[in-house]
Design a protein around this ligand. Structure first.
Ligand SMILES: [Zn+2]
Length: 406
């Protein structure tokens, strides 16, 4: 339960203009975030609740494919990055000078960490029946031109999962399980129907990689959707002429999207660099085959905010909202009733915000803030509603409330 009289929220009347991105303006106006510098944000309490709720949805689905949660370091040694030849080729790698004439990397991705780490636990084929790990970790990119809003962050949160297999067939089976888990994640976050599964350019080991792209007018990517079968393609793989990878059709439409996840078959690229091998049934040595699977958690939060918002402000899916109910209290005498009601609601739902601000915060502002913050249900307890026998309950998208007797 969160009482606004105890929490210094002071929504500003007008949204600050942030590039072409209205959701960021709303998040600033509603006290969810503050920008530290271009491409780096501080998360305030309500945004942190949304973040934790999203993490929990993702965590449940990753656990459902038998992945184990770990947490790796952000700092990593230069030697590992030299082994994979990426110290000098990843142009956004943050390089950190340290004492003793050393240099470290602030990781933008964790293959260089996870491969030798998990290598410790893999000796024989028996260790590779179901071996996958994931983490929620802050990643860094040394962007020359970081931008406000959705794109080009210097610091961001990511869920990354890595899987380890005996051969490509096993990888293919697990890859499909994770893909289905991703579909469940985006459905639970209410963006599933507009999130496309797109073919993108691949690596030496696989022809394609795959992206999850959510339709968004301000999206940074152009996705080519086949007019005949609906298959989506990243613009990297249709550079010259469009030919659907699925049905070979040449007809397409271009859709603006923002990327919320990507999945790759890494093959043996990293196991080769780190000598990650296993002994098979015949006692011969083979290289471990790997897959990696990312969800851009921070960007996903913005995408949901941008996708769901309406003319009144933010709109949160019930699965991740910072609170299930927003109780507006009119007259301090009614605060006790609100607290009792909030406790009752919290036995069935998850969190209640009580707007018991006094002074110059009148009903109109409280009602506007309930809409601006995007809380799914609004309750009013006032002398008028009590006269009618209870409180008024209204959904965020409804125009009229109804009286619930108490
Ligand atoms: Zn097609």
């Amino acid at each position: 339960m969160l009482q606004l009289s105890r929490f210094p929220i002071k929504t500003s009347k007008d949204a600050q203009k942030v590039s072409d991105n209205r959701s960021t303006s709303l998040l600033l106006q509603a006290w969810f975030i503050r920008q530290e510098m271009a491409g780096a944000y501080n998360y305030l309490p309500l945004w942190l609740i949304v973040l934790k709720n999203i993490e929990n949805v993702v965590r449940e689905e990753m656990n459902s494919v038998w992945a184990q949660e770990i947490l790796m370091t952000s700092l990593w040694n230069k030697e590992s990055w030299l082994k994979t030849w990426r110290w000098d080729t990843v142009d956004v790698l943050f390089k950190l000078p340290a004492s003793g004439n050393k240099e470290y990397a602030l990781n933008p991705t964790h293959e260089e960490v996870v491969t030798p780490l998990i290598g410790e636990f893999i000796q024989s084929y028996k260790d590779l029946d179901s071996m996958s790990v994931y983490q929620f970790q802050t990643k860094f990119r040394n962007e020359a031109r970081a931008k406000s809003g959705l794109l080009r962050w210097r610091e961001f949160l990511m869920k990354d999962l890595y899987s380890f297999h005996k051969n490509l067939d096993d990888l293919d089976v697990y890859f499909e399980e994770v893909r289905q888990a991703y579909v469940r994640v985006f459905n639970r976050l209410w963006i599933g129907q507009d999130t496309l599964y797109a073919f993108a350019s691949g690596w030496a080991f696989s022809k394609y990689s795959y992206e999850f792209q959510t339709k968004l007018e301000i999206g940074e990517d152009n996705i080519y959707v086949c007019s005949d079968c609906g298959q989506a393609h990243n613009d990297e793989i249709v550079e010259w002429v469009f030919s659907c990878v699925n049905c070979k059709s040449a007809k397409y439409e271009i859709v603006k999207t923002s990327e919320v996840g990507n999945i790759f078959k890494l093959g043996t690229k990293f196991s080769s660099s780190f000598g990650l091998n296993y002994l098979d049934e015949k006692n011969s040595t083979n290289e471990v085959v790997m897959g990696c699977y990312g969800i851009w958690i921070s960007r996903l939060m913005w995408v949901i905010a941008e996708y769901m918002m309406d003319e009144k402000g933010l709109v949160w899916p019930e699965s991740i909202a910072p609170a299930s109910h927003y109780i507006i209290v009119i007259w301090e005498d009614n605060l006790e009733k609100a607290i009792t009601l909030a406790k009752e609601i919290e036995t069935k739902w998850w969190n209640v915000i009580i707007d018991d601000r006094t002074g110059k915060v009148w009903f109109g502002q409280k009602a506007n803030d309930a809409d601006l913050l995007g809380i799914p249900n609004r309750i009013i307890i006032s002398p008028k509603t009590l006269e009618q026998g209870g409180y008024e309950l209204k959904g965020r998208k409804e125009n009229e409330g109804k009286i619930i007797k108490i």
